[in-house]
Design a protein around this ligand. Structure first.
Ligand code: CP
Ligand code: NVA
Length: 315
């Protein structure tokens, strides 16, 4: 057995965006995650982080990210601490820098979910232990890694496949763009005008794609986007922090629903993905999310295996 997850090359590194890593390093995360999944299913323990601790700071709600990191750390033999931002002195104005320097004296790693990407960067700047980004308004990088793991399980490859993302050019779309560019997957985002992905992220992903042969596109037409797609992906129309826009967005995005009719334009063996939580009846119908093409709960499960790979390799 190769034991990819024991590889020491990434020890001490932060995980702030997908762009922090090379194509080969992305491969290492994937190999480690597949291996940890196989071992878990075979009942083989892998306590490689025995005695280590991970602090998890949450400024936003979470079901999957929290539980998968927490259980994952336990399965690796370490100890996870859930730190609600509401209960930290951060809420009373302690700086991110002082928080990072203090927590680094107790912990072996910090995971954070927050609003501004700059706050994660600041935390990483002051922390002396690895910092992992568990979602910001800009990106959701651990999600994207778990997602390509799921695609690889189903399709046996990544390069040359077509992923159609239907909906908002949001944090999840940004990390998928970055990861598709790295691994040579083609990606089309179909979104209403004004809701395109961030232009800098798109430009940088294009530059990366030029090296791997990935084709990245943005269109307003969901039907054209889904044409021949191997993966159809969607996410909520209003992300955390955009609750006040929900009503307006429901109208603007109504044409961008993943339903049975839209799915008929995709490849016959298309898989349907959603990072979850889903707003059933909005961006995706019950029929599709509960239908034969949906892999959303395997996708959710793979967060556990990928997060374990990330922790085992960085900490
Ligand atoms: N997909 C995801 O990050 O889910 P949670 O918000 O439940 O963590
Ligand atoms: N785009 C969503 C993803 C949730 C996992 C949000 O930011 O709320």
């Amino acid at each position: 057995m190769a034991h990819f997850y024991r590889d020491a090359r990434l020890k001490g590194r932060d995980f702030l965006t997908i762009s922090d890593f090379t194509r080969e390093e992305i491969r290492l995360f994937l190999d480690a995650a597949h291996e940890l999944k196989r071992e878990l299913k075979a009942g083989i323990p892998h306590p490689v982080l025995k005695g280590k601790t991970l602090g998890m700071i949450f400024h936003k709600p979470s079901t999957r990210t929290r539980v998968s990191f927490e259980v994952g750390m336990y399965q690796l033999g370490g100890y996870p601490l859930f730190l609600s931002a509401q209960d930290l002195q951060l809420r009373r104005g302690e700086t991110i820098g002082d928080t990072a320097r203090t927590l680094s004296r107790y912990l072996d790693g910090i995971m954070i979910r927050t609003f501004a990407q700059e706050d994660v960067e600041e935390l990483a700047h002051y922390a002396t232990v690895p910092v992992i980004n568990g979602l910001t308004d800009l990106v959701h990088p651990t999600q994207a890694l778990a997602d390509i793991m799921t695609v690889e399980e189903h399709k046996g490859r990544l390069a040359g496949l077509k992923l159609a993302f239907i909906g908002d050019g949001n944090n999840v779309a940004h990390s998928l763009l970055q990861v598709c560019a790295k691994v040579g997957m083609n990606m089309v985002i179909a979104c209403p005008p004004g809701y395109e992905p961030d232009s800098q992220i798109f430009r940088e992903a294009q530059a990366e794609a030029a090296e791997t042969g990935a084709r990245l596109e943005v269109t307003e037409d969901p039907v054209a986007a889904v044409e021949g797609a191997d993966v159809v992906y969607t996410d909520v129309w209003a992300s955390m922090g955009q609750e006040a826009e929900s009503e307006e967005r429901r109208k603007i995005f109504s044409r961008y629903q993943v339903n049975s009719e839209l799915l008929r334009c995709a490849a016959p063996d298309v898989i349907v993905m959603h990072c979850l939580p889903a707003h059933r009846g909005e961006e995706i119908t019950d029929e599709v999310i509960d239908g034969p093409h949906s892999v959303v709960f395997e996708e959710a499960e793979n967060r556990l295996h990928m997060h374990k790979a990330i922790m085992a390799l960085l900490i």
